[in-house]
Ligand binder design. Structure first.
Ligand code: 13P
Ligand code: SF4
Length: 349
């Protein structure tokens, strides 16, 4: 095994020798040991846009999770190869919407609501789900543009099926003034709408998925903080539950959280409800502010963390030897439809 310094040196050397033939996008939730080598850091939207506009890089070594690498593959040209340094870097939320369950749900929803529904999917979903959405006239959304895209969707149809994150869907619809009574959860296991009243009243159907990281920020955390540190401003990601978002002072996408903290005045005090690597980085980068995690135990995204320095070095060294391992390739018949959904988003933002 090599030392941290030897691995760091090796990544530098390979980046140097490949120049712009190699491109390393890094999501904000990645570890410092990896993010230090990123050619661009960003949230899901920024990384998708970066992939769509980069036509130079032959190798895109994606430091993020599987669905992001799939998106990069679909938005880049055929000769560009996308590599994920560890295939186990998935996303538990994306895995909560399986394509067979989704097709089955769609059939039942069509029977219930005829042709009045449009599907939208958070980019945190598999390429197959994006293809399903693209085929049915819908679009992808990210946490930065969910509100804008939901407004767009309501111009097309009177009802929306929002996949796979019920919390982002609920928070965004609520923000647009849609009352909670007009929203219902779709349970993919029972293939039923969880709703007591008349289904005709439901206009937002929320897939029963969630983010296991953001769900760890709780109402208890907020109550405790309000009692012990009442002068702190609480800011959370909209993947947190509606109750948590309602009790917080501010909520917004990863980019919104970063921008808000960066422009906040010196001496301001923040409790942040989002992934641990990002919160730790914000603490280090803003020494003039008092910043803590809203959940004192910190909340890492375990799958994001699978991309570490040893995996990054391994991927790069294999590329150097001419072996393209862990390449992410989305089959053309899925990609053609999924790109429709992605492009409907990209042209609105
Ligand atoms: P954004 O990057 O869109 O804020 O999404 C957060 C997230 O959970 C990424 O997996
Ligand atoms: Fe998925 Fe949540 Fe991790 Fe993002 S933070 S990759 S949504 S599990």
């Amino acid at each position: 095994t090599r030392s941290h310094n030897e691995m760091t040196e090796k990544v530098r050397e390979i980046k140097q020798s490949f120049g712009n033939r190699l491109y390393i996008p890094g999501h904000h939730y990645q570890k410092d040991e990896v993010i230090q080598f990123a050619d661009i850091t960003g949230d899901s939207l920024q990384l998708a846009q970066a992939a769509a506009t980069n036509n130079k890089a032959e190798y895109i070594v994606f430091c993020g999770v599987h669905f992001m690498a799939e998106t990069a593959d679909m938005l880049t040209a055929d000769h560009q190869k996308v590599v994920l340094p560890d295939m186990r870097a998935g996303c538990s939320m994306a895995d909560m919407a399986d394509i067979h369950q989704t097709e089955r749900a769609w059939k039942s929803l069509q029977a219930l609501f005829n042709d009045t529904i449009l599907p939208l999917t958070y980019v945190n979903s598999t390429a197959a789900i994006k293809a399903f959405v693209g085929k049915n006239g819908g679009a992808t959304v990210t946490s930065s543009n969910a509100k804008q895209m939901l407004k767009w969707a309501f111009k097309q149809k009177e009802r929306i099926l929002f996949l796979p994150d019920q919390h982002l869907g609920r928070n965004t619809a609520f923000d647009l003034g849609i009352p909670l009574e007009k929203m219902a959860v779709w349970n993919p296991h029972t293939n039923k709408l969880e709703y007591e009243g008349n289904p005709e009243d439901v206009i937002v159907i929320l897939w029963k998925g969630h983010c296991s990281v953001h769900e760890k920020f709780t109402v208890n955390n907020i109550q405790h903080l309000r009692e012990t540190k009442p002068d702190m401003t609480i800011i959370v990601h909209p993947e947190c539950t509606q109750e948590v978002v309602a009790l917080s002072d501010e909520n917004g996408s990863t980019k919104y959280i970063i921008d808000t903290i960066e422009k906040a005045p010196s001496g301001s005090k923040w409790a942040i409800g989002t992934e641990m690597n990002l919160v730790n980085r914000l603490i280090v980068q803003n020494p003039d502010k008092e910043i803590i995690s809203l959940n004192p135990y910190m909340c890492p995204c375990l799958t994001m963390n699978r991309i570490d320095l040893p995996h990054l070095v391994w991927s790069l060294e294999e590329i150097e030897k001419g072996n393209i391992l862990n390449q992410i390739t989305v089959p053309k018949k899925i990609s053609d439809l999924a790109v429709l959904a992605l492009e409907r988003m990209l042209m609105h933002v």
